[in-house]
Design a protein. Structure first.
Length: 389
């Protein structure tokens, strides 16, 4: 199918720009101001001050959720003042706690591996944040961020319908591809979303920011979510329940600290002695077990996923082939996608789909997202329910 890229904001348009203080969002706001847009900068406030210093004195820095949020806001405010850009801070703390932090903990405690960035984009950055803008009476033509992606529209209707929704495609710089994190944003929201860095490579973003003498060009790149060192503190609201670590044959290998501290594919920090490398194969939350296996036993031929979202809410009219990604860092692989008929005792969130890989995939983790691409455009995605050996 052919797609046409949606036009970017132009002179005279009112554009709200989501700003983090980093080089990508700062250059986005600068470029739009240079084009003659009326730019309004916004930053979401997440930090509740509930993660203390680590025992060794280190602090939480350069992450999405942390105490240096005040520094980020100060940097954004300073830039906007210098550029004569209207600036607002939108409080989304409570929604972030409920939709991201609480979700993150509950999923790990259920033996699954959540993706907080996917959740944050759909519920917070492109959800609660824009609701906050609306509540403040800020009208705008476009909402722009510094993500590396682009908005396109199919030249014909999806799946033999007349629906031509706004969809997400990859950017020029494929090494910075962020589409995987954005797949759950509704097409209705994407109608006003634009990504001005879609046609610019990261190295050129830094060059342009340096040429414009933007202080953000000197800032370190932020990390995603919360570093693992803080997980013990994050999960301290409930006591961990130790249990058995076993192999695929049921032999007891050791004792785990609580299933929330483990994820499929993990090798380090398992606390067992073995004469060969072992990895977390799966987690049995019902029986409080962590199951280890050799690397080869983590290969899968297929997976079952549910909780699917589709562009424009247009559901595929039959089986189809696509490229799929099972995590941000994985390369896309060819796969066949078809509806799955639940067996006795199986329960799913909405219609589940079976995704059969053309080649084996390694360490498929329930709770992570599987994102489907056709012709470089996101055709849909869901949450991995289970891997098939």
């Amino acid at each position: 199918m052919n797609y046409t890229e949606e036009k970017l904001p132009g002179a005279g348009d009112t554009v709200v720009v989501g700003m983090s203080g980093g080089v990508d969002s700062t250059l986005t706001a600068f470029m739009l101001k240079q084009k003659g847009c009326r730019v309004i900068g916004i930053t979401m406030s997440l930090w509740k001050g509930d993660l203390p210093e680590l025992p060794d004195g280190r602090k939480l820095h350069s992450s999405c959720y942390g105490p240096d949020e005040t520094e980020d806001i100060a940097e954004c405010a300073k830039f906007c003042e210098e550029q004569h850009i209207e600036y607002h801070v939108i409080d989304v703390k409570d929604e972030y706690q409920r939709q991201v932090l609480d979700y993150f903990k509950s999923e790990y405690r259920a033996g699954r591996t959540p993706n907080p960035c996917v959740r944050c984009n759909s519920f917070i950055k492109f959800g609660a944040l824009l609701e906050g803008v609306q509540k403040q009476g800020i009208a705008y033509d476009y909402f722009c961020t510094g993500h590396y992606a682009k908005i396109v529209r199919p030249d014909e209707g999806l799946w033999h319908t007349g629906v031509r929704p706004a969809m997400i495609a990859g950017s020029l710089d494929r090494s910075k591809d962020q589409t995987y994190f954005l797949y759950r944003i509704p097409s209705s929201t994407l109608e006003k979303v634009r990504f001005p860095l879609a046609g610019i490579e990261k190295k050129d973003v830094f060059r342009m920011a340096h040429d414009a003498k933007l202080e953000a060009a000197e800032r370190a790149e932020s990390q995603d979510f919360i570093p693992p060192e803080y997980f013990d503190i994050l999960f301290a609201d409930k006591k961990s329940v130790p249990g058995k670590i076993i192999d695929l044959d049921g032999h007891v290998l050791g004792t785990h600290r609580g299933i929330e501290h483990y994820t499929v594919g993990q090798r380090r920090g398992l606390g067992v002695a073995a004469n060969r490398p072992l990895y977390v194969h799966s987690i049995d939350a019902d029986n409080n077990l962590v199951i280890l296996a050799d690397s080869g036993n983590l290969d899968s031929s297929a997976l079952i996923a549910d909780d699917f979202v589709w562009p424009g809410n247009v559901v595929p009219d039959g089986p189809f082939d696509a490229l799929v990604k099972i995590r941000l860092a994985s390369r896309p692989v060819h796969a066949h996608v078809e509806q799955y008929a639940p067996g006795e005792g199986e329960s799913f969130d909405g219609q589940p789909y079976k995704i059969t890989f053309a080649e084996k995939e390694h360490a498929v983790a329930p709770g992570q997202s599987v994102v489907l691409y056709i012709d470089g455009v996101i055709a849909g995605g869901g949450i991995i329910n289970k891997a098939l050996p």
